[in-house]
Design a protein. Sequence first.
Length: 34
Amino acid sequence: NTEKGHAKEIRPSKASTSNMMIPSTVLKQLATAL
């Protein structure tokens, strides 16, 4: 379970870079979906 959690933490890190290009509105919607 710990390994899976780590992999999930690494993925968002990469997506974070892409999120910078995405408007904050979309980011807020994504956060709500989470």
